[in-house]
Design a protein around this ligand. Structure first.
Ligand SMILES: [Zn+2]
Length: 311
C-alpha cells in the first residue's frame, strides 16, 4: 500500500527557538488574535490599556477586561501558554497524532488535563474543516471504526461499530487533494442525502461502489458513477478506489499505533484530527500558527460539553 506523502515538519529545536518561552507564546497569540490591533470584544473599540502584571487588556471606552485566552478554546485553562503550544506542536507535527496518555507524559501534566487539551484541539480541527466542500472528482466509500475492512463485503451494519463516510477529492490526474471523514448514523439514503448537501459542491462527480444509498449524491446535484466490485480482496486493488483504500489504510494504522481504544461518542473528533492533518500535509510547518489562530476563534468548550461527545 502506498505511503502518503507528508512534508517534513518542524524540529523540536526549531519549535523551542520560536515558542519555547511563555512570553514568546503570549506575543504570538496577541499577534494572531488581533492582527490589525486590539479590538474590544464587547464594543469594538480599539483603544485599551494593558494591566501589565495580570496581562489583561482593558477597553478604554467600556472598561471590559479581556485576557488573551478569554472567549477562546483556551478559556479558563490552568495550563501555561507554553504547555498549550507544546501540545499543538505534538498534535500537528506527528502524522499519526498523539494520544492523551503521551501528552500527559511529554508535557508533565495530569492525564485529565492532557485529555481535555487533546479533545479541545481535536474539536478545533473538526470545526475548522466543517464548512469546506469537496468538489471535482470524489471517491466515496463506506467504512467502520472498530471493525475489519476486507473489501466490498465488510460487515455492513455490524453491531458495535461506528459507521463513517470516507470521501477523497482527487485531481483529474487522480492525485488526492482533500478528504472528509464523517460519522453517520448508518448507510441510508436520507443520511447520504443530507451529508452530500452539506459536504459536496454541486456539479461534482462521485465514484462509489454499488451501495444503493450512495445514489443519493444526485440529490446534491452531483453525478454518480457506480463501479460494482466483485467483492473480497480483489476489490481493494480496484483503481477507482485507490486513494480511498490508501487513506483508510493509513487511518487504521495511525489509530492502531496511537490509541488503545476509541469511544464511539468521540469518534468524529479523532476522524477530524486525521482529516485536518491529511488536508494540510504539504503545510506541516505552518500548522502551529494556523491551528493556534483557529483556537483563538473557537468558542470555549467546558468539560461538560466536551464529554457529551457527538454521538
Ligand atoms: Zn469596550
Amino acid at each position: 500500500m502506498c505511503v502518503l506523502q507528508f512534508q517534513k515538519g518542524v524540529s523540536l529545536s526549531e519549535f523551542i527557538k520560536d515558542y519555547g518561552s511563555e512570553e514568546q507564546c503570549f506575543e504570538s497569540l496577541v499577534e494572531w488574535r488581533w492582527p490589525d490591533g486590539f479590538r474590544c470584544a464587547l464594543c469594538d473599540h480599539d483603544k485599551y490599556c494593558q494591566l501589565k502584571n495580570r496581562k489583561l487588556y482593558q477597553c478604554n471606552r467600556c472598561h471590559h477586561q479581556t485576557s488573551i485566552t478569554s472567549g477562546t478554546i483556551f478559556s479558563s485553562t490552568k495550563l501555561s501558554l507554553a504547555t498549550w503550544f507544546m501540545g499543538i506542536y505534538f498534535i500537528t507535527q506527528d502524522k499519526k497524532g498523539i494520544s492523551a496518555l503521551s501528552l500527559h507524559r511529554h508535557l508533565g501534566i495530569s492525564y485529565n488535563a492532557a485529555w481535555r487539551m487533546k479533545q479541545k484541539l481535536m474539536q478545533v480541527m473538526m470545526e475548522r474543516d466543517q464548512k469546506k466542500l469537496l468538489s471535482g472528482f470524489i471517491e466515496l466509500d463506506d467504512a467502520y471504526l472498530g471493525g475489519e475492512r476486507t473489501g466490498c463485503k465488510r460487515g455492513r451494519g455490524a453491531e458495535g461499530k461506528t459507521p463513517f463516510i470516507a470521501a477523497v477529492e482527487t485531481t483529474n490526474e487522480r492525485q488526492p487533494v482533500r478528504i472528509k471523514l464523517n460519522v453517520v448514523k448508518g448507510f441510508r439514503r436520507a443520511e447520504i442525502t443530507s451529508w452530500s448537501q452539506q459536504h459536496l459542491a454541486v456539479g461534482s462527480t462521485v465514484i462509489s461502489d454499488g451501495l444503493a444509498c450512495f445514489n443519493a449524491v444526485t440529490e446534491a446535484g452531483c453525478q454518480h458513477d457506480k463501479i460494482v466490485c466483485g467483492g473480497g480482496r480483489a476489490s481493494v486493488e480496484e483503481s477507482a478506489f485507490y486513494w480511498g483504500n490508501t487513506v483508510l489504510g493509513n487511518l487504521k494504522s495511525a489509530l492502531r499505533s496511537t490509541y488503545h481504544s476509541l469511544k464511539p461518542k468521540y469518534a468524529q473528533r479523532y476522524l477530524a484530527e486525521f482529516q485536518y492533518r491529511f488536508n494540510r500535509r504539504f503545510d506541516l510547518r505552518e500548522l502551529i500558527p494556523r491551528l493556534a489562530f483557529v483556537c483563538l476563534r473557537t468558542p470555549p468548550m467546558p468539560e461538560k460539553l466536551l464529554k457529551l461527545g457527538l454521538a
